[in-house]
Structures are given as C-alpha cells and as structure tokens.
Design a protein around this ligand. Structure first.
Ligand code: HAM
Length: 414
C-alpha cells in the first residue's frame, strides 16, 4: 500500500464546527458591511508579482520573504495573493470606476497566502474579510470604517475588544520624522539588535518600533514616535477621527508604536488586538492609503480599509452550536427500506434534518447510530410498522416511545 498524501505545511482543512464558524463570519460580514453600502467584489487569487512588489512595497517582509511566487508556463512571474488590498486596487483601476462613482466601497473575502513560520493563529493559507472604501479623503470616512468594524465585531458576540489607532503622517511630515528616528537609532548598540532590526535600520527604520523581540523593544523604548512629529494637517485629521469615534461611542486607544507591516499606509492606521488567542493576537489591521492607487498607475483616489483574519476571529467566537438532526430512521427489517426512503423524503421536503439507515440492522446498533448523530427522535420501521402504516417514535432525550400514523408524521414534527 502506498503512503497517504499529507496536506501542505501551514495549509489547513476546515471541518465542522470551524467551517460553520467561517460561514457565520462571512454571512455576518456581508450583512453588516452591506448596511454601510459595501458591495461584494471577488478578485483572483493569482496576480502579477509586480502588483505586490509595487503595492505592498519591495522592502516589506511580505514581499521579501513571504510570497508564493512562481513563473507560469509562459514565463510570467505570478504570485498567490498575500493580501487583498493590492488586487482590489488593480481591479478598481482596470474597471475605470473612478470616473463613474465618487465613492466605491468593496467587501472581499477569501484565502491569502504567506510563507510564514506556522504556529497557533498563523498559517500559510489563511482567510481574510476585507473592506476598502475608495474616494473620500475626509476623517469621517476613517471614523465610519472603524465604527463599522466594531459594529461587526459586536455582532459576532466577541467581547472585550478595543481598537488601537495611530497616525503615520503623510508625504510632508514622514520623511523628516524618518530621518529623526534614524539619527536617534544610530546611537543604539547595533550588535544588541536582532538581525531583522539591523536590516530595517537601512530599509524601513519605522519598523524598529514594532519588533516583537523583548531586547529590541527595550532598546527602542524611548524612540521618537510619529504621532509626536506629524504636521498640522495630519494632526487635524487625526484629532477629527478620534473626536468622531468618541461621539459614536467607539472605545479606542492610542498606540504610538503601531507602524503596520505594509508600506502603503499613511495617516490613520488601526489594529484590533485580542489577548485571548496567544501571541498572534491581531485580529484586524488596516489604515488609510492615499497615494496607493496612483502608485499603481491609476488616478489619484484616496482610500482606507482593513482586513480581519478569519481563523483568529473563529478562535474568539462564542462556541458554535451545531444544529441537531431532527430524526434518524432506523430500519430494522429490509422490507421497510422503501417506506424509510419515502418517510425521509417527506420529512426533508418539509424542512426537517435527518438521516436514515441504508440497510436493516439490529435495534441496539441503530440506537447507537441515532445517539452518535445526536438526533432528537429515532423513527423505527420494521415489517409490522409498514403493514399498519405506523412508525415508532423514540425521543432520544427522554427515552419515551410512542406510535404514530405514517401519514401524520410531518404534522407530528411540526
Ligand atoms: P495585515 O495586518 O497584514 O493587513 O493582515 C490583516 C489580518 O490578517 C491580521 O490582523 C490577521 O488577523 C490576519 N493575518 C495576517 N497574516 C496571517 C497569517 N499568516 N495567518 C493567519 N492570519 C493572518 C493586511 O493584509 C491589509 N491588506 C489590510 C488592509 C486592507 N489595509 C487596508 N485595507
């Protein structure tokens, strides 16, 4: 016998109840985001590699180390999307939507792929629920999308979540801050920084601030932060977002060290973090990315969005209660099989969920199956029942058993 084939590392099979949790997440997202005018967009999983290199940023960890990139048979470099935003921007530009509508709001969801070290809450194929609002530059759009996100998380029944926000400044104020941070960081003992941080000094010094390694964190504890160095326009924008969140009753917390791992962000950035699911606690990340659409060759349309990780949300959901089957039909004699088929058909067409046995088996065995399925009722059919056009109905919780006419069974269930 040959060895069974295993799944790819970091890729998961989703059985019940996780698959039911995913359906619940998708349905709740579609409903809540729909209330705010978001429409569903499905973009391809494969894109040209250049889209992510230009969109997410050449120097980011995602582009440098984590993409599934390969040449297709025609020699073109393709990448399995590591996130949804760049693809949504590409499709917005390609469909020429900027000319036809002042605001475009898209909800998209599905699998994303990053070659990361798998651990609890971190996979190589994971799923995101993703929203993008393109068009408005005003702080109201930032406040609306954060309010919507918290509305969604409330509807999921996940408690104790707070959104952390920050401002990353813009093209006017960030270069000066970057230089200030670099000047400050140069006095750090480089040999005590982790290899990633040593590299970030040259490529993306802002990311020194969100290194997770304790030694680096304590070395950069007193580093200057962007929020203290933003220009008056960015400050005005940020204060307006915070004031609107307060007015909407959305609890938020400033996190001056949040820098996000993708290069396209500017001004408002936000994350929702939970302390209940271990080290990979970020359930949502997002922010404003004015300039991204232009950098990808489109018109100068601003935008803001977020993505929530579905695996991480599923871990936080209150326990999913699977729907119990209403019936199990136990066939105890072969000649009752046709009758069992008819009975199951009538019940299912009337909306009742259940299973039937496909061969006659002893009562004891049938009861075990009904109990394993957690069926509410076991319907017992043998030759006597068929002759009398009756069925025995055993309540699997109380153990009570009664006989009822077959013709009446749907009424009985109703
Ligand atoms: P991100 O912070 O890279 O942002 O990912 C968003 C969320 O996806 C994370 O908060 C986390 O819940 C989930 N996630 C990321 N990587 C993994 C993984 N390896 N395994 C499991 N879950 C993961 C973005 O992707 C941006 N595109 C969000 C955005 C949309 N910004 C603006 N619009």
């Amino acid at each position: 016998m040959s060895d069974p084939i295993k799944r790819v590392k970091g890729f998961a099979d989703l059985f019940e109840p996780e698959s039911t949790a995913f359906t619940f997440l998708e349905n709740t997202a579609r409903r809540v985001f729909g209330l705010y005018g978001y429409t569903e967009l499905r973009t391809p999983i494969l894109e040209r590699t250049e889209l992510f290199a230009r969109g997410i940023g050449d120097e980011t960890d995602v582009v440098q180390k984590e993409m599934y990139t390969f040449p297709d048979r025609g020699g073109r470099s393709l990448t399995m999307r590591p996130e949804a935003t760049a693809g949504v921007m590409r499709s917005f530009i390609e469909a020429n939507l900027a000319n036809s509508q002042p605001v475009s709001k898209f909800f998209t969801y599905g699998p994303m792929f990053r070659y990361e070290q798998p651990q609890k809450g971190r996979l190589r194929q994971f799923h995101q629920l993703n929203c993008e609002c393109l068009g408005p530059v005003e702080p109201g759009a930032d406040a609306e999308i954060i309010t919507m996100l918290m509305h969604f998380l409330d509807e999921l029944g996940i408690e104790d979540l707070c959104v952390e926000i920050n401002s990353l400044g813009d093209r006017n104020c960030r270069p000066a801050y970057r230089q200030k941070l670099l000047d400050w960081a140069r006095q750090l003992p480089a040999d005590q920084l982790c290899p990633d941080c040593r590299r970030r000094m040259n490529t993306n010094p802002l990311r020194l601030l969100d290194c997770k390694i304790p030694a680096c964190q304590s070395l950069t504890q007193d580093a200057p932060v962007m929020i203290d160095n933003i220009c008056p326009e960015c400050r005005e924008h940020f204060d307006a977002v915070c004031a609107l969140l307060d007015k909407n009753g959305v609890p938020w917390k400033l996190n001056p060290r949040m820098v996000r791992g993708l290069d396209y962000y500017m001004r408002t950035t936000f994350e929702v973090v939970s302390n209940k699911i271990g080290s990979q606690g970020a359930v949502t990340g997002g922010g404003r990315y004015d300039g991204l659409i232009r950098d990808l060759g489109g018109p100068d349309v601003p935008g803001i969005g977020f993505a929530s990780g579905m695996e991480r949300l599923a871990m936080l959901l209150p326990e999913v209660k699977l729907q119990r089957p209403d019936f199990y039909i136990a066939v105890v004699e072969d000649m009752a099989m046709n009758c069992a088929f008819e009975l199951s058909r009538n019940l299912r067409r009337a909306g009742f969920k259940g299973e039937m046995s496909f061969s006659a088996k002893k009562m004891k065995h049938q009861m075990k199956v009904a109990a394993r399925l957690n069926a509410r009722k076991c319907l017992i059919l043998g030759s006597l029942e068929v002759e009398n056009q009756m069925v025995q109905i055993k309540d699997m919780d109380s153990g009570e058993q009664i006989a009822a006419p077959l013709a009446d069974i749907v009424n009985f269930f109703e």
